[in-house]
Design a protein around this ligand. Structure first.
Ligand SMILES: [Zn+2]
Length: 264
């Protein structure tokens, strides 16, 4: 299935390259570049996702979740590279003509990418994220088709404007991916909802939370420490058993990997 996805995406990219290089449309050329960045993003995201779900080991005692960020970093590198190439292309472009064949290739590219999105949805899981990514490829294809059409039958400037919009969009995507990565690596706190759920779990065992310090690792995974108030007269065996149960429940039900401190 994955191989089919990659081959289809490659075909889509090639159709756009051919349409852009042979038949003049600069917007289709820029779109083709983003298609290849998209394929690179797909492969790297899968590779690092696989690494990120490996169980903890001696060199990564907290697990490998954050290796997933390497996927985002490679996405940024691929798209930044493509943004630079597109910019260079746009800056060195002089008057040109767009053939109607560019439009046909743009439409073919759109159809192929529609197939890619459908397959990614069917596979599900991590590919759902990828299909969301690829939906923007579809929107780009629509913009390009219209721009190339305008460029072919009215004036090449319309096609050029399409290419400029697409290039700006690549920079926007780089910025978005950057802020996603920064959110993860900057030890962002979880939502208030999760904090409430943690309070509920601990309250159920008759203890009171006095401080929660958690950081986001990846969706559904948090790490940190929790301080709880215990009564002075608590039985030590009972306390150890209670803390063990709390730890297990937080981990299994809420994805929270926290050490628990106690105070009176
Ligand atoms: Zn490791």
């Amino acid at each position: 299935m994955l191989a089919v996805l990659v081959v289809l995406a490659l075909i889509g990219g090639l159709l756009k390259i051919i349409g852009g290089v042979l038949y003049g449309s600069r917007s289709l050329l820029v779109d083709a570049l983003t298609s290849f960045a998209n394929i690179a993003a797909l492969l790297f995201t899968i590779y690092y996702y696989k690494l990120s779900i490996m169980p903890p080991d001696a060199d990564h005692p907290f697990g490998h979740y954050r290796l997933g960020i390497a996927g985002k970093i490679t996405v940024m590198i691929s798209y930044s590279f493509v943004a630079g190439v597109a910019l260079a292309e746009l800056l060195t472009t002089t008057t040109y003509t767009v053939s109607l064949y560019s439009v046909y290739f743009a439409i073919l590219g759109f159809i192929v990418y529609l197939g890619v999105v459908v397959i990614a949805r069917v596979i599900g899981g991590i590919f759902k994220t990828y299909s969301a990514f690829t939906v923007s490829e579809l929107i780009e294809s629509v913009v390009v088709t219209l721009a190339a059409l305008g460029g072919a039958i009215v004036n090449y400037i319309i096609d050029y404007i399409g290419a400029v919009i697409l290039t700006l969009y690549i920079f926007y995507e780089v910025r978005e991916t950057f802020s996603e990565a920064v959110t993860v690596i900057s030890d962002t706190a979880p939502s208030n909802k999760l904090i409430m759920q943690i309070n509920e779990v601990i309250g159920k065992y008759g203890l009171k939370v006095s401080r929660i310090r958690l950081r986001f690792l990846e969706p559904g995974r948090y790490h940190g420490d929790i301080k709880v108030n215990i009564p002075r007269d608590i039985d030590i065996d009972k306390l150890i058993e209670t803390l063990r149960s709390i730890k297990r429940e937080l981990y299994e039900e809420l994805g929270v990997d926290a050490s628990i401190e106690i105070e009176f």
